[in-house]
Design a protein around this ligand. Structure first.
Ligand SMILES: Cc1ncc(COP(=O)(O)O)c(C=O)c1O
Length: 398
């Protein structure tokens, strides 16, 4: 987390109440924030899923005894020797049930969050014998952690080279393509499109609660994370689907050297959770309400509707519009409800982050995404009380 999307100056607001002073509300917990509380919507902490998981009670409980899972090793057959077979099964079963990515013929590499996989992929695709470091680019507005991911270890074989739109250097390069994009929710493809380019598809938000699922993707390198799929960011589990076995092996080598694998407790917990999601997501409109994606889409749709109404009344801000598209998973025409709102402050307000800060709302400046400070990114994935507080304060800005 340190220095990343969540870590920098983004501790949970001390004013955020703890669980003991909440009142139950249909399986969730709502609280009223004190009117002077700081509302931290700077990070993408996916706590909105808590009511869903509360409602499911013990369905995802696993017990790990003191004598179990002592070994470093999980499988002597898998190139990713620390990947728990149960996690591999549930990842494949979830993608199959949702239809958002192909898994046949892919090696799965598990990481401590997709953050670690981003590091490992940079290492794995950068040849050690180039005269100059590989350039790493992404089209602005790009996920704000990419520059620091590329530069933190001051590697000699790759380095951050900025906005892909302006990239005109010769030689091999790596392009991160985030789709739907963080911060603006747009579906994207690569922009450089030159020989010698390696494209890494970061698909953290390619799940039906955020965006219509229009095809089952089969790119060479695809990254996913439990953090944004199910909300279990604290378990720190991400996975890569990698076509090229040598690249996968080098990624595994990176994990071996940096952390000798990934926590088995986390893998087993997430394996259980993903399997419960995969089973539940085949039932639509179930009275048990055990379809995570229905829960997620309903909640996101409601929040986006409230936000759009409020923004319209203020006349101070502009929000992106998203096209209606057929979602193969829900089988209907729908639009995106991204995990972040990419808000533009209208004329005369040059620093959008500061405008929100004036109402004690922490958001992330467009500057951090290689874009204009007239934009800010606001998390839509917070708990109800934070979202409601945000809307109240937005309304009173009129
Ligand atoms: C686009 C994108 N990629 C990767 C990550 C990293 O996620 P994690 O390390 O929690 O798996 C995030 C988190 O915010 C993200 O937004």
């Amino acid at each position: 987390m340190g220095g990343t999307d969540q870590g920098r100056a983004t501790r949970r607001s001390p004013a955020t109440p703890n669980d003991t002073d909440g009142k139950e509300n249909g399986g969730g917990v709502t609280r009223n924030l004190p009117s002077d509380a700081v509302i931290n919507l700077d990070h993408g902490d996916p706590t909105m899923y808590e009511p869903f998981w509360r409602k499911l009670g013990d369905k995802c409980t696993i017990v790990i005894k003191g004598y179990e899972h002592l070994s470093y090793f999980s499988s002597n057959k898998n190139p990713c020797w620390f990947l728990e077979p149960k996690l591999e099964d549930s990842i494949r079963s979830l993608h199959g049930a949702v239809g958002n990515a192909e898994t046949d013929g892919y090696t799965i590499v598990v990481g401590t969050g997709s953050s670690q996989l981003l590091q490992s992929v940079l290492y794995a695709v950068s040849p050690p014998d180039q005269p100059n470091p590989m350039n790493v680019v992404s089209a602005a507005p790009y996920y704000s952690c990419y520059p620091e991911t590329a530069d933190i270890v001051r590697s000699g074989v790759y380095k951050w080279a900025g906005d892909a739109h302006g990239f005109d250097k010769d030689g091999p390069y790596i392009e991160f393509v985030t789709s739907p994009n963080n911060p603006n929710g747009v579906i994207r493809g690569p922009v450089v499109n030159r020989d010698g380019g390696i494209v890494v598809h970061d698909l953290a938000y390619y799940w039906p609660q955020y965006t219509p699922i229009t095809s089952s993707l089969d790119f060479d390198i695809m990254l996913f994370t439990a953090s944004k799929c199910t909300g279990h960011a604290g378990s720190r589990i991400g996975w890569a689907l990698v076509k090229d076995k040598d690249i996968a092996k080098r990624m595994v080598n990176f994990m071996t050297v940096t952390s000798i694998g990934v926590s088995k407790e986390s893998q087993l917990r997430v394996a259980k959770i993903l399997q419960v999601v995969a089973d539940g997501c085949k039932r639509f409109g179930s009275p048990d309400g055990d379809n995570l994606f229905e829960f997620g889409r309903n909640m996101m749709a409601k929040r986006w509707e409230i936000l759009r109404e409020t923004v319209k009344k203020t006349q101070m801000f502009t929000l992106p519009k998203y096209p209606l598209q057929h979602c193969n998973y829900f089988g209907d025409l729908t639009q995106a409800h991204p995990g972040f709102a990419w808000i533009k402050c209208n004329d005369g307000m040059e620093d959008c982050e500061e405008v929100f800060k004036g109402s004690k709302i922490l958001v992330r400046s467009g500057r951090r995404f290689g874009s204009d400070p007239g934009y800010a990114r606001v998390s839509m994935m917070s708990k109800d009380d934070e979202f409601n507080g945000f809307i109240d304060r937005l309304s009173s800005m009129i």
